[in-house]
Design a protein around this ligand. Structure first.
Ligand code: ARG
Length: 576
């Protein structure tokens, strides 16, 4: 809440006190929110519950309340509209409050003090020995944004990469490598080579079902814990993959607090199984061990151990939940994983619920939709590259960067360090596109739309930011002291200021709903408002006092846009 809102709240409470209500009882009923329409005012209060407390009809109560809250140096007006009271702040007071707070980095514009929340975010988590595909990129950018958003709000965040480096998928790759692999070729281009092996395994296993049995045997040997060939193979393939993933992670600006993949839980699964058994929910079914979940409304039982004694993806997720609970004491554990794993996470939560484990409440699947590309017939379909079914993220990023290089060469051939700017803008265009719509929606991967400098795109918001930087540079660099500004000169910047004031609520909503798109759209809105303002409010040519006030506004917009972009993992170049 801003100081303005705090002040308004105090005035409302004083007024309802004068109207005979108990302040402490009334306090939680005073809910100030945005009005339905900006023209009605800056803040609205629905008086239903207060009126009920007072035993009066809401419109009459709203009328009386509006009269009691007389204008002062912060509040310009209070007007009743039916059961609502709409308040307006004085424009100069609003400008002073918002711009000072942005300028000194006060919360919510800057990072908040610790809020006591602990949030584990399980994201990216590709399967090693398979290409890092476009779906993993969505998890990566969504998870990265959520980490930054929660940190901004004061949570202790644990960003976790639950790497798929164990289990049957991995065993298949290992089998292929042991049969047909070549170490030299692996070192040269690990991801591409592994992908070739992966495809080859698929083909050969079709013709020869014995291959799957071989893979199962290799996995069993790996899980035996012995120092054997399988273990050495595992180590080699894991290291090569991890190193290869660093490429895209670096370019996307993503890092993890913990890389605890599935293999990390190798020695923690027995204890987890014992815990399930002790809870009395483990059942035997044809030699396998399962938890049935009918009472939890899920038909498919959760398989925790196969009849050959080996463990599964689920077993590791269960062990991971216990581990996280004990290590981090999380308030929330967010699993940023595609919607196709809905059942898996419903089962995980249901098993924990059936066991009466409190951590069940913390488990939250954060699903997202697919990435679609235009197929040969012009229809949107599941993403595939032109050459076939492999999609290497680094190739996509390179393509984006090359396209932006061309635009820069045309539009701004004088730009210093065009390669670096192209990298920042090209990669961001893809990230922004991924984070613009609600996460559950499928994303259309459309180069023209993503790279349009005038559309609702990453380049557009970055460009708006660079333009603000350029105005500040031309003004000589130093931003006037916010304390010396005459804010009456910003009376007509209300749309920019009101949008700025919405920043905190947008970030909070993004966190509550695990929806970074709220922040992405916020940056679009703010870029649009400041752009419109600057169309008919010149900064550099204005009278000194006006110019100073506008420079402070421009600087605040630049700062806030930079923060907004940062929260979704996007850099703001100073020139482009
Ligand atoms: N490795 C899995 C995959 O690529 C995603 C893992 C998600 N995280 C988890 N705790 N299950 O599909």
């Amino acid at each position: 809440m801003t100081d303005l809102h705090q002040h308004l709240r105090e005035r409302v409470l004083a007024a309802v006190g004068e109207m005979g209500l108990d302040r402490d009882v009334a306090d939680p009923l005073v809910r100030l929110g945005p009005p339905k329409n900006r023209d009605h005012g800056d803040v609205a209060l629905g008086s239903f519950q207060l009126a009920k407390l007072a035993g009066e009809p809401p419109p009459a109560f709203a009328d009386a309340l509006a009269t009691k809250v007389a204008p002062d140096d912060v509040i310009e007006s209070a007007e009743a509209a039916g059961p609502f009271v709409n308040f307006r702040f004085r424009r100069a007071a609003m400008a002073r409050e918002v711009l000072t707070a942005v300028c000194v980095d006060a919360a919510p514009y800057g990072r908040a003090a610790e809020n006591g929340q602990v949030v584990c975010i399980d994201f990216s988590s590709p399967n090693i020995a398979k290409p890092f595909h476009i779906g993993h990129m969505r998890s990566t950018v969504l998870g990265n944004a959520l980490c930054r958003i929660h940190r901004h709000l004061g949570a202790k965040v644990h960003g976790i990469n639950h790497l798929g480096d164990w289990g049957m998928p991995f065993a298949k790759m290992m089998t292929a490598y042991m049969r047909f692999g070549d170490e030299q070729a692996l070192h040269e281009s690990p991801m591409r080579y592994m992908f070739e092996l992966y495809k080859r395994y698929g083909k050969e296993a079709e013709a020869d079902p014995a291959l799957d049995a071989e893979a199962a045997a290799h996995f069993k040997a790996l899980e035996s814990g012995e120092d054997n060939e399988q273990r050495r193979m595992w180590q080699l393939l894991r290291e090569e993959s991890l190193q290869a993933f660093q490429g895209p992670y670096g370019r996307l600006g993503v890092s993890f607090d913990h890389i605890t993949g599935e293999s990390f839980f190798e020695d923690k699964m027995e204890a987890a199984m014992a815990r399930v058994e002790a809870a009395g929910v483990l059942e035997e079914s044809e030699g396998a061990e399962v938890v049935t979940l009918k009472e939890q409304g899920i038909k498919v039982p959760c398989l925790l151990r196969k009849s050959d004694g080996t463990t599964l993806y689920h077993t590791r997720d269960l062990a991971a939940a216990f581990y996280r609970e004990q290590q981090y004491r999380p308030t929330r554990i967010l699993y940023v994983v595609g919607a196709e794993q809905k059942l898996h996470f419903a089962q995980l939560k249901a098993v924990l619920t059936k066991m009466d484990e409190p951590v069940a409440d913390a488990v939250e699947h954060v699903p997202f939709g697919l990435v679609l590309s235009k197929g040969p017939e012009g229809k949107w379909e599941k993403f595939a590259s032109r050459s076939g079914n492999a999609v290497f993220l680094d190739e996509i990023l390179d393509e984006a960067v090359n396209k932006v290089r061309q635009v820069i060469a045309e539009k701004n051939p004088e730009l210093e360090d065009p390669q670096q700017v192209a990298e920042q803008v090209g990669v961001s265009a893809i990230v922004f596109n991924d984070l613009k719509n609600g996460r559950i929606k499928d994303v259309k991967f459309d180069w023209d739309a993503m790279l349009n400098f005038e559309g609702e795109t990453g380049p557009y918001v970055q460009y708006a930011c660079a333009r603000l930087s350029s105005i500040l540079r031309k003004a000589g660099g130093d931003v006037p002291d916010v304390a010396s500004v005459d804010f009456t000169h910003l009376a007509d910047a209300e749309n920019v200021l009101l949008t700025m004031m919405g920043f905190g609520a947008a970030v909070q909503r993004a966190a509550d709903q695990s929806e970074p798109s709220v922040v992405t759209n916020y940056t679009i809105a703010l870029a649009g408002e400041i752009h419109s303002y600057l169309v008919d409010h010149h900064v550099l040519g204005a009278d000194p006092a006006v110019r100073d006030a506008r420079l402070v506004l421009v600087d605040a917009a630049r700062k806030l846009l930079t923060t907004g972009l940062h929260l979704i993992g996007i850099p703001a170049p100073a020139r482009m």
